[in-house]
Structure formats: C-alpha cells, structure tokens
Design a protein around this ligand. Structure first.
Ligand code: G3P
Ligand code: MG
Length: 240
C-alpha cells in the first residue's frame, strides 16, 4: 500500500489540499499529514514549527491566529502555479479526505511536549465534531506522550508510533500504548527487525521512501505501507 507523504510533496506544495488531491489522483488510498495548534488552538496542517519554509511569512505557527495563517501563501514557495494555496485547517483536511476518498494517517506533530494533552484534546475534538469515519483514520506521532494521550482520550482509534533513530523493543512499547502500527524510518529497517515487528502483530509502515527500485524488497519483508513523497512513481513500481 502506498501513502502520500504530506500529500504528494514531490509534485505539489506539501500539506496543502492540492497536494492531497495530487496524492489521490496518483492512486494513493492513504495520505500522511502533520497537524499542530495555532494561537486560537485550532489544529492546522503544517509540518514545521515555523511558517518560514512553506509560506511567504515568518514566525511560529503556535503564535499566529488562524486569520493570520490564512493570509499566508502556502503554494508559491513550491511553484508559482500553486499561488494562493493556504495552510489548511484540520477540518478542511478531513473534508478533502472525504471528497477525494482518502484514508488519513494523521501525524500529531508535537513541537511543545508540555502541551501534548491539550493538543491531542483539540485534535480529537475536531475529528469527532466533523464526524470523520474512525475506521479511515490512524493517529500517529513521534511523541510517546501524544500516542499515550490518544489511547487515553480515544482508545477505539488505531495508533501508530513513529520511530526515527532508535530500534524499538516492541513488546515493552506495546504493553502501554497498544499500538496498531509502527512507522519506521526506512533506513532503520532490516529483514530481522521487520520480522520481529510483524511477529509482534504490528502493522509495519515505513517513511519516507522514494526509491521505486526498493519497493519489491520492502514488500517482500512484509512492509504494509510505504509513505512516499511521490505516490505515482511508487504505485507504478508496485504494479510492475
Ligand atoms: O509520519 C512519518 C513521517 O511524516 C515522519 O516524519 O518529519 O516527515 O513528519 P516527518
Ligand atoms: Mg509527518
């Protein structure tokens, strides 16, 4: 299975609605995207702590109101043809997933660990108020505390722990978090670790893997989902 990373960031400005559409148009059934809170405590869709890299503005997301964020251009930095794209709210993202028939791996992007409980509460509140189908949702995070809060606040929804720079002791981790999936930096994965994760009953997802030549190997190892910047490229490799 192929999931679009921040939409389809190889071909469209990451984490914008047009990037989600591009992932769907490429044939992806899932997207991965990042959410964090702005000053009004509204969950918005953007990766970095600051707006600088992906908009024409500057300053931290957390210290801008939604109105301020919505004035920023989140498309031109990528290419002039995307001028006028804005930073989506989580609510808008959910509506886009429905419109484009996408399942959602929502990464709770924690830039302020001390606010994790508030962030998870606000995120879940938006999803429930919107009425997004929980069967089409995975909540994921690098933050152990965020995943734990997801378990506390909405145990029915599947949870994934994102792992970058350490090799997990799956059994110990799972005692507490009751994970559905492990989302591993693909550089960390080898066949033995893949076997351990799958043997422990966890769904294995890898990121961010853009090399079509490696698709067959990872599939053979039992990887369920490849999160990629270029869904069209990897889907064509999968179908070869
Ligand atoms: O969810 C996997 C991946 O998105 C984690 O890394 O930095 O792209 O959010 P990052
Ligand atoms: Mg992410």
């Amino acid at each position: 299975m192929i999931a679009g990373h921040r939409g389809a960031r190889a071909v469209a400005p990451e984490n914008t609605l047009i990037s989600m559409k591009a992932a769907a148009d490429a044939g992806a059934k899932w997207i991965e995207t990042d959410t964090q809170l702005c000053e009004d405590l509204v969950p918005v869709i953007i990766h970095d702590k600051s707006v600088r890299r992906c908009t024409n503005g500057s300053g931290s997301v957390r210290h801008k109101t939604l109105q301020e964020l919505k004035q920023l251009d989140a498309g031109s930095w990528f290419s002039p043809e995307f001028a006028g794209e804005t930073i989506p709210t989580l609510h808008e993202l959910l509506a886009a997933c429905d419109e484009y028939g996408l399942n959602l791996n929502l990464e709770i992007k924690v830039h302020y660990e001390e606010e994790v409980t508030l962030q998870v509460t606000k995120t879940i509140e938006v999803i429930k108020n919107y009425g997004f189908d929980p069967e089409r949702l995975i909540l994921s995070s690098f933050s152990y505390n965020a995943v734990n809060q997801c378990l506390e606040q909405w145990p029915e929804v599947r949870r994934g722990l994102i792992i970058e720079d350490w090799v997990p002791d799956i059994d110990r981790l799972d005692e507490k978090l009751k994970l559905y999936s492990i989302h591993l930096d693909h550089h960390l994965l080898n066949e033995k670790l893949a076997k351990e994760i799958i043997h422990a009953g966890k769904v294995l997802q890898i990121w961010t893997m853009n090399d079509p030549k490696k698709v067959a190997k990872f599939t053979r190892w039992g990887v369920s989902t490849i999160i990629t910047d270029d869904p069209a490229l990897l889907i064509s490799a999968l179908n070869d």
